[in-house]
Design a protein around this ligand. Structure first.
Ligand SMILES: [Zn+2]
Length: 374
């Protein structure tokens, strides 16, 4: 059996939720429909005509790409121009195009995480924090004999991490007390009888829940709870949970020169060359990395204590500013983000296969690097 397009994208969005993306980012379904059975998915960096031809040849139903296929509002859909022709080709072959951009850059295990791993960076933190998880306190009142079961169900659904992210799971606080209720006509009470005031020994169980788990935890709690009407409170907290952001900063395992760092970058991303700003003999202990256009982040990288930033699309003036401030840059090109193709395909394939679907997730084999060295 093949998975529905919506289902495949649900897994994608559980990993890289749209809420993580920059506000003006062009993400999500851009072309076609996900309301269909999906035999094959192609994961690409860019949607070029060659990539669409590859998708057609492979019998692909959905392309998941990093860079948007539609950037600006359309004023026409002329099929005698390259963009219009591309859209026409996708539609004619019933290929949907779904984009995961800054949400995929930012998320754990996403593009910037992959780049940092490829460079062997350790103790990584986000270069520019863009998101911190909203936390909630869930308090629920449970009769004693059922408390362990309900608590376990909430933990299984993701509740009970202190501050949402710590190395301690199954955290709860439990206070014993008495609950009272009077079942009215039409009620089917678990304890007591209609028309009779009841007093029951109950536990008030408190757990911390992150915003992403909240719905699932409430559902699990209600399913496991014996009462017809469950008494519970959800309170928003000012403490924040997991912090995420764009780019990563981390340490190299062994201090090296900028020249050695360049060689490692070339090796990590199979590059023939990189452009470098700074003294090749200068020492590198801390590295910032940001896929895509990193010009805006050079100052942030310096502020974060990085000796060098590995990124793409560095312009003349940014390079001069960096030189003047003593910051090093390795411009490895925007195309290093293509590292995401295999990683996204593998991760999504695991989710799809674990649920018993035959849908295939394929990493595009094409290079979409527009630059050639001559
Ligand atoms: Zn990019």
């Amino acid at each position: 059996m093949f998975a529905n397009g919506q289902t495949v994208i649900q897994w994608m969005e559980q990993w890289a939720p749209k809420s993580l993306a920059y506000p003006d980012d062009k993400i999500g379904l851009q072309l076609g429909t996900l309301n269909k059975e999906v035999k094959r998915v192609l994961v690409a960096l860019d949607v070029t005509e060659a990539v669409v031809d590859e998708a057609i040849a492979l019998g692909v139903d959905v392309i998941i790409a990093h860079h948007a296929i539609i950037f600006r509002p359309l004023t026409h859909l002329r099929t005698d121009l390259p963009a219009g022709k591309l859209y026409e080709k996708c539609i004619k072959h019933d290929i949907a195009v779904y984009i995961a951009h800054t949400n995929l850059d930012i998320t754990e295990g996403g593009v910037n995480h992959l780049l940092a791993d490829a460079l062997g960076l350790v103790d990584c933190v986000p270069l520019d924090e863009t998101y911190s998880e909203q936390l909630y306190k869930l308090s629920v009142f449970i009769p004693h004999p059922d408390s362990e079961r309900v608590r376990a169900a909430m933990f299984r659904a993701g509740a009970g991490f202190i501050n949402g992210v710590s190395n301690y799971s199954h955290c709860s606080f439990n206070i014993a007390g008495n609950g009272t209720f009077l079942p009215l006509d039409g009620a089917k009470p678990h304890i007591g009888e209609v028309g009779q005031l009841e007093s029951v020994e109950e536990l008030r169980v408190e757990v911390v829940v992150g915003e992403r788990e909240l719905k699932a935890v409430i559902r699990a709690m209600k399913d496991a709870h014996p009462y017809e009407e469950v008494a519970y409170d959800v309170v928003g907290l000012h403490n924040k949970g997991a912090k995420m952001g764009i780019g990563r900063v981390g340490r190299v395992l062994q201090a090296e020169t900028l020249g050695q760092c360049c060689e490692r970058v070339k090796q990590a991303f199979s590059l023939d060359y990189v452009r470098v700003v700074g003294d090749l003999q200068s020492r590198v202990r801390k590295v910032a990395v940001l896929g895509g256009s990193g010009a805006r982040f050079v100052g942030k990288a310096k502020f974060a204590g990085a000796d060098v930033i590995v990124t793409g699309d560095i312009d003349h003036h940014t390079a001069h500013d960096a030189l003047a401030s003593g910051m090093c840059i390795i411009d490895a090109g925007h195309h290093i983000e293509s590292i995401l193709k295999a990683a996204v395909a593998a991760r999504l394939q695991t989710s799809v296969s674990e649920q018993g679907y035959e849908t295939e997730i394929i990493a595009s084999a094409l290079s979409t690097n527009p630059f050639r060295l001559v």
